[in-house]
Write a protein that binds this ligand. Sequence first.
Ligand code: CU
Length: 128
Amino acid sequence: MSLQKTSLAILFFSTLLIAGCAAKPTEVKVTLSEFTVVAEPASAPANTPIVFTIINAGTEVHELVLEPKDGQDHPFEANGVESEAEAIEPGQTVTLEWTLTEPGQYQLACYVEGHFEAGMVTAFTVTQ
Ligand SMILES: [Cu+2]
């Protein structure tokens, strides 16, 4: 195969790969309880929709805020919607879909009074 044909083949398969990734959301399961936040997996690629399935496995009302690391209750906002799910009742499961465009360190936290301080925060990494 000539160098030119090889380059074209690589370009073709790279385009397929990118198109395939963009279409498929990343599913993250988040479990809330007293007083932990567990995310599985705890990372997702940038520029791909992330669907957080949030389960309140505890006995108190919780919430979930997606924000930059050390954000202190500063969810993202896009088109009038914030990257948070509020007032999740015990036993309730809700979903939050969000796309993060910047690779880096984020966190998932609960800011019901006293919960963050009690340990309801976990790291979330966005990769290239
Ligand atoms: Cu909480």
